[in-house]
Design a protein around this ligand. Structure first.
Ligand code: AMP
Ligand code: ZN
Length: 142
């Protein structure tokens, strides 16, 4: 998908309407059009980056700052008991709109939702050696 076809770029440009709850030079936040809970909010960088890997660190940090600030505002606005804050980062993780966005999903006692542990498949059975190797590989990739 090119940036011209990107729904969220069109929201940034004002070509598609949104219920915007925050905007500055770098980021924007608006209500999800198909909310999983009242107050479900998306926070995006205004520039088109598909995933966290593509997003420069300063932009990602700014987006996270907005998530942090709005998280409290959203919780208070809908009197939520908690929130799930998450990114579907890449198609294999379920990302449908290929423009980076963080979800703030209000959560309520007994809402029947699941914790973030429920999003992946079955837990792998990893030996201590495999865990050591993975930790070293991640450390070396930094
Ligand atoms: P994801 O699966 O993480 O890519 O989530 C995409 C989210 O964008 C979904 O929760 C959709 O409901 C939401 N969405 C799609 N189109 C719009 C739109 N025009 N305005 C607001 N939210 C949208
Ligand atoms: Zn875009």
């Amino acid at each position: 998908m090119s940036e011209d076809d990107c729904i969220f770029c069109q929201i940034v440009d004002g070509d598609i309407p949104s219920r915007t709850v925050f905007e500055d030079d770098t980021a924007m936040a608006f209500l999800d059009a198909n909310p999983l809970a009242p107050g479900h909010t998306l926070v995006i960088p205004k520039e088109h980056y598909e995933t966290l890997e593509e997003t420069p660190e300063d932009v990602a940090a700014h987006v996270f700052g907005v998530l942090h600030r709005l998280n409290t505002a959203v919780e208070h606005a809908v009197d939520a008991d908690a929130t799930t804050v998450a990114f579907n980062n890449g198609e294999a993780a379920g990302q449908e709109v290929p423009h980076l966005h963080g979800h703030i999903i209000p959560r309520f006692e007994g809402d029947g939702g699941r914790p973030i542990h429920a999003v992946a498949g079955e837990r792998p059975d990893l030996s201590d050696e495999e865990l050591d190797e993975i930790a070293e590989e991640i450390h070396n990739q930094r």
